[in-house]
Design a protein around this ligand. Sequence first.
Ligand SMILES: [Zn+2]
Ligand SMILES: [Zn+2]
Length: 249
Amino acid sequence: MEYSLPILLSALAMTLIVGVRYLLVSGAFAWATRVRYPKLYAGLEPQMRREIGWSLASAAIYGIPAGIVAWGWDSQGWTLIYRNWADYPLWYVPVSIFLYLFAHDTWFYWTHRLMHRPWWFKKAHAVHHESRPPTAWAAMSFHPWEALTGALVIPILVFIIPIHVGAIGVVLSVMTVMGVTNHMGWELFPRFMVNGKLGNWLITATHHQKHHDAYRGNYGLYFRFWDKMCGTDLGLGDWGSSPSRRNSA
Ligand SMILES: [Zn+2]
Ligand SMILES: [Zn+2]
């Protein structure tokens, strides 16, 4: 019982952090979209309100397990998160970041494929695909059941793979920024990168938009590895009838 208040406060604080982080990052990219392509979200206001509603519900679903684990880390010595850079060799820092991203990508790919089976799609994933086309606000627009599958990944990984607390920050930043930019309806990264070797293996908006257009294939989160391995890679999208959205950089 003596632990219930601090656990509750930690879960609340983390929910607030995730929610505010979402509003700031999605808000920033929605604003950038308005500056760059003023008409891109025209008429999508009711959809954007829905996306914000689902995303804020997801913030609580992400925040509660994260808050419980953060409390356990700080006060009970749970998890393999370390504070002292000297605890592991420096080369391990980028390796740990890659391991987290790859593990999350693997989990996302297979659960996302499952979510496209008719029963799961109707029960949960349809919420995410109600965004046609998605906007910068759709980053966490998931049905609570689907949000729950995503919410447990990092809180479980911190018990399995050692990581520096700063590297966790990098992983969470990549997660947030890519979640927003992959849905905002235009390509942020320069074309030479998207069409080059990096884009061959990394997922950006041009790849994920095609998932939303086709309702199948391109299931990955960060890497095209599983899509290529399993024959579900549809290649890069062409931004349909809106070539003006393509990044001309
Ligand atoms: Zn999907
Ligand atoms: Zn999506």
